[in-house]
Structure formats: C-alpha cells, structure tokens
Ligand binder design. Structure first.
Ligand code: FAD
Length: 393
C-alpha cells in the first residue's frame, strides 16, 4: 500500500512525486512512456518556473544541458516593438530546455528523492470502492493501491475521465500551431510576433538551435493542414526582417503541430486529485503550462502533506489547493484566452503599447506581465497603467 500513486511523470507528476517522497511519503510514480523521451510541446519556462527548479535544487542540471539563459523578451506588434527583461533579481532568466532533457531530469529527481518509478506502466483502470478511489490497474493487470491517486496524466487524462471531474470556464481550442527547430537563426531573446489572425514566437534552445512556433485560428486548421510550411512562411512575411532571417536559416526537424482545449477541472475528490494539464489546460500562446504544472505540484504537495499527515481534514486541504490554483491561474487564463483569439488589439491596448514603447522600465513591466511574474490585476490597475504611460512605473 502506497501513500500516493502519481499517474504521469513529466512536468506535473515528477515534481509532485519528488516533493511527496522528500517528505517521506511512500510514492509510486508511473508513466506509460519511458525516459528520456520527447512529447509534443514547446518548452519555454518563464522565470517563475525557473525559480521552482531552483527551489528544488534542479536548476544547475537544467543549465548544464546547455540551453542558454534568456533575459530579454520582445513583443513585435507590427508598427511597435516592446522589449524588456522578464524576470526578477532572484530569477532573471527564462530557459527553454528540450523536453527529452527536462523531463528526464524531473523523473530522475523523483527517483532520487525515494519515489518508486515505473516507466512503461500504462494505467488502464482507476479502482473505486464505495465512491472512493483506492488504486489503479496497470495494462499488465497489476493492481496498486494507495491512500490517494493523482492524475498528472495530461490533457487526455484517464484519471479525470474515470472520476468524471467536472470542467468549468471551458472554451474549445482557439488556435492551431506548428513548431520546429532551425540552425543558423541566432537569437538571445524570446521573440513574440502578433498580427491579426497570426502569431509566432522564437526562442533559443539546446545545441545552438532555435525553436520557432507559429499558428493561426483553430477555424483555419483544415485550410492550411496540407501546406503548413507554406502558410508559416507566408505568416513570417508579415514581419519582413524576421522572414529574411529564417530564409537564411536551416530547418533541422519535422514540424509538430497541436491545438489544445481550454478548461479548468475540479481537481480533487474522495481519494483522487489532478495536477498539471489534467486539471487545467490553456492555449500555449502564453507558454504558461510548464510553469503552471511546477507551481501546482508545489501547492498540491503542501495540501496532500497536510491531509495525509493529519494536520488538516482532506476536503479542507484539497479545497485550499483548488482555491490557490484558481486564484493564481484564472487571471492569466483569461488573459491567455484574449491573446489566443488573435484579434487586433483594441484601442485601449494600442494606446498602452504606444505609451510605453521606448520607456525601458515600462517595457520591463510588460515583459514581466507576459512571463507571469506580475499578475494581470496588478499590471492593469489604473494607477499602475498611468505610472507606466508617464514613465514612472
Ligand atoms: C504545441 C504546444 C506548445 C507548448 N509550449 C509550451 C511552452 O513553450 N511553455 C510551457 O510552459 N508550456 C507549453 N505547452 C504546455 C505544456 O506542454 C503542458 O502544459 C505540460 O506539458 C503539462 O505537463 P503535464 O505533466 O501536466 O502533462 P504531460 O506533459 O502531457 O505529461 C503527461 C504524462 O502522462 C502520461 N500518461 C498519460 N496517460 C497515462 C496513463 N493512462 N498511464 C500512464 N501514464 C499516462 C503520458 O505518457 C505523459 O508522459 C505547450 C503545449 C503544446 C501542445
């Protein structure tokens, strides 16, 4: 009998298992994948996510993979570009480590903390007795039981399906995007480009390669499915200087593409909890998913420690987890949905961007909004906006 079984061993599941194991809980971490392995996802980790890696003692390993620190974000709106620093004194950089490297570091950290890790273990059934989840059945028929089963099994979570976790604030996929890797496309900046109906982003990663992801409204998915590269190159022409740079570069990998639904799910019930994309998914346009998974893993580890350790009733501890997650993530979620609509900026936004262009402290503040360092309510507070526009943020 385990204290916890965590299903899914990537950005949400491995940190959760590591944190529980470090507190002495008998933790089983399973994934049907084996590691190292890639997954369909780009991999920009904003400074708040990088802070979490630092708290866990894993940042040095991520840096040692050779992915460069990114201390500058730029936002090209066509007529105006804002560029600023996304981080804080304590955590000044973003990093974009390839997922086969990052996820291996995370799963190894869970094992090093004492979690039992079983790779190649697909969960086929969630065991329920008298309305309470009590364990899982693996594909080989093996039964494993625990006091709590956590679904960290991504957007198509079988745990969420099995417990019928209710969704809220859900919105169907808004964008579709494709990404690949280029050599000879040097940059030290996370570059984001917005045009009506189009958006793309560029970030340096391991092996001197540069990640580029670009996309369009989900409604256009079928229209461009058969000519992804052509449509991406036509999209890049909307920023001629970038189009010239990428024409001189060489694509070294196939395109991968995806679109994701947007939702929150109730993340707990009797004997079960959800963390990461299984409990909350948002369009990738703001690159928040990995950071969210890290921060929610910390929140859930605290809640489960309180519940399993007996200091707080289970329902109270887990309700606190849901409230904390939603309070942090919901404002960024709503901002993400707005950006993912790929609509031209409204008059208010045009005025704001025009007013802060060229003012370095204000552009830094804009970068910190987009990196998740500053909450939207704080950034868009009238006195803060007035200060930014006046040059005194
Ligand atoms: C195109 C794209 C680009 C993105 N770009 C970024 C970005 O730049 N920055 C960012 O922060 N986020 C980005 N994201 C989001 C990010 O990928 C996710 O938020 C993040 O991977 C969530 O981690 P997770 O651990 O919850 O789920 P996942 O990474 O999906 O891991 C789930 C794991 O569960 C396992 N699993 C599933 N079912 C079972 C089962 N039945 N039994 C056993 N194991 C199972 C899977 O094998 C998998 O390993 C992007 C997403 C997409 C699609």
């Amino acid at each position: 009998m385990h204290d916890a079984i965590v299903v899914g061993a990537r950005c949400a599941g491995s940190p959760l298992a590591m944190l529980l194991a470090r507190r002495g809980y008998r933790t089983l971490l399973v994934d049907r994948a084996t590691f190292p392995s890639d997954t369909v996802s780009t991999h920009v980790i904003h400074p708040p996510g990088v802070s979490a890696l630092g708290r866990w003692g894993l940042l040095d390993q991520v840096v040692a993979t050779g992915c460069p620190p990114v201390g500058r974000y730029s936002f090209d709106f066509g007529p105006i570009t804002l560029a600023g620093a996304p981080g804080t004194t304590d955590s000044p950089y973003a990093y974009a480590p390839r997922r086969q490297l990052l996820d291996k570091i995370l799963v190894d950290a869970a094992a090093a903390a004492g979690a039992e890790v079983r790779e190649g273990f697909g969960v086929e059934e969630v065991l329920v007795e008298d309305g309470v989840v009590t364990g899982v059945r693996g594909g080989n028929g093996q039964l494993e039981r625990a006091r709590v089963v956590i679904g960290a099994d991504g957007r198509n979570s079988m745990v969420a399906r099995a417990v019928q976790a209710a969704a809220y604030e859900d919105v169907p996929a808004l964008t579709v995007a494709y990404y690949s890797y280029w050599s000879n496309l040097p940059t030290d900046t996370f570059e984001a480009y917005s045009r009506p109906g189009r958006g793309w982003a560029v970030c340096p990663t391991n092996d001197d390669l540069t990640l580029v992801i670009g996309g369009w409204p989900h409604a256009e998915l079928a229209a461009h499915r058969d000519d992804v590269e052509g449509e991406l190159m036509r999209t890049f022409e909307l920023a001629p200087a970038f189009a010239e740079r990428i024409r001189d570069a060489e694509r070294v990998a196939k395109f991968a593409g995806s679109s994701v639904p947007n939702y929150f799910r109730v993340p707990y019930g009797p004997g079960w909890a959800l963390v990461g994309d299984s409990g909350y998914s948002r369009d990738f346009i703001t690159a928040q998913g990995i950071t969210d998974a890290f921060l929610d893993a910390e929140l859930l580890a605290d809640a489960l420690d309180a519940a399993l350790g007996g200091s707080t009733p289970y329902d109270d501890a887990l309700a606190g987890y849901q409230a904390g997650r939603d309070a942090r993530a919901m404002p960024v979620y709503r901002m993400t949905l707005g950006i993912a609509s790929l609509q031209p900026p409204d008059e208010q936004m045009i005025q704001l961007v025009s007013a802060i262009a060229g003012k370095q402290p204000a552009m830094d503040a804009f970068a910190r909004l987009n990196s998740g360092v500053t909450a939207p309510a704080e950034f868009f507070a009238p006195e803060h906006v007035a200060g930014l526009a006046g040059g005194v943020p």
